[in-house]
Design a protein around this ligand. Sequence first.
Ligand SMILES: Nc1ncnc2c1ncn2[C@@H]1O[C@H](COP(=O)(O)OP(=O)(O)OP(=O)(O)O)[C@@H](O)[C@H]1O
Length: 548
Amino acid sequence: MKIKGTRVRIAPRDRQQGTPSLSPRGVDLECTDEIHEHLIQFLAHQYKLSSSRRLMAETPSTSAWQLDSEDTEAMETTVDADGNIKWLNFSNQKAKSRPRFTPALGAHNFWYDKTYFQLRRRQDSVFDALGGGRMNFNSKESLTLSCFGRSTQPIKKLIQNAKGHYHSGYKAKTMVKRPASKEMRRYGGRGVWLRVAERPCRPMKTVVLDEERKMDVLFDINEYLNPATARWYANRGIPYRRGYLFYGPPGTGKTSLTFALAGVFGLDIHVVSLLEPTLTEEELGMLFTNLPARCIVLLEDIDTAGLIRNDPVKSEELKSNGKASDIKNDFNVVDLTKALKKANQQSEEDRQKGISLSGLLNIIDGVASHEGRVLVMTTNHPEKLDEALIRPGRVDHQVGFTNATQTQTKELFERMYMNDRSRTKLVVSNPEKVPAVNGSVLTPPPTPISMQSNGAAGGSAKSEKLANGHAIITRGENHLDELKEGELDEIASQFAEKVPNDLFSPAEIQGFLLKRKKDPKKALAEVDAWVDAMVEQKENGRRLMKVQ
Ligand SMILES: Nc1ncnc2c1ncn2[C@@H]1O[C@H](COP(=O)(O)OP(=O)(O)OP(=O)(O)O)[C@@H](O)[C@H]1O
């Protein structure tokens, strides 16, 4: 019996009716299955293995978002008595992070929900053939969870609870998964998706895109994901799949929209880059087979499929290289053998590498392709795409992204300056000496200045004397509260008028605004110079910026 990648071993029933079986029921969990991590985390956090004498200390990985909620409120930027600023420093972050204690390798017995369980954690060494006669040792971990009784029901319940615990609190987050690393794929992890990040859901309103196009995609996916739609497709013999093509220049919001959609529909994103050289067609097929019932699959840089693969010229070159060394090193049999082996190996590796277009098409609509998934393909070069790749059935809805229009520029501006007060402060222990950030020393004013009033221009720091003798200085203050009602709207309109239509990507405009993120007036004052410099940069095809 199998539960999603796990093996359930069921012992034979006891002959004597009514006697509870004393044969253990067990479930094996491979480390490549996510249930392994669910269970370990559950046992580490939720359930105390009180009888376990041996625990394993592990350093859990923490994302920047978790740090935000736990630590940053307490962090301050301080100034010592000599007026030197002590910037935020995270060197002892590792010391502060709490280790997580999990059951060590070996056997552990514990009670859970009136059932007595045994957990065995094992690490096996496996040999791996690297090719060319080379071998490598690696370790592979597995768990066996057993209980005494007639059925495996308590084990299933425990695993379900562990899963529930793992996913609790994920509602406002988007989980990002990628194919397991090359090494992991080699050790039984083929077709395994790994969680690489979980980030707060991106609100749909933060993606600047024509409202009609946005709603079109939202309604389309909403309709598709409706459980009744699956039956509708089945009754008509249509494969229950839907593909989307997001195309346009770099930095125009293709990935952003995909993440916002994942947030709206509460789906995980499974990201595959076709530029990943070690991913083979076979592995991609297996990854598609292992997709959950509902998810978004994001295939990035779709135009690269089939373009960099199966390069016959290169293979020929390699082979003729082998022949060249053959002639040159005729007298040296060892070198000759090595050269030939290398040439053959390289051409063999090249042959195996990457995804060809026909392979990709087979995966998208073959039997391996999971029904119910939302496939999003992105490209900067729609003109390079093969017709077969985007024919209806593979791509059912296309969304074009363009550089920002003036309306979108205005929206980006307003979004950047929506009221959101900065939390960064400088706490000064010697308020008589307040250094400006450029190195000169500011003398704090005799009376406290409100953090929001009388803002100094971006380059200097200013201070506020506190009752405890400390002073707070800030740099590049939030000037938003100084704005009169309706003023932001006016500045946004003026700003948008200065930025030419359809010339800069939202990412470029966002980059400019981020550097002036607390001062909309400064952004307005400096936008002309930035536009001129950027136009010149684009005309000359330069990559480096003169004005940032
Ligand atoms: N339409 C947009 N609305 C809001 N923000 C945007 C938009 N386009 C780009 N950005 C911002 O620019 C950055 C890059 O955007 P994104 O990764 O979505 O672009 P992309 O089109 O996927 O680029 P690429 O083709 O290079 O992958 C992000 O920080 C995002 O917030």
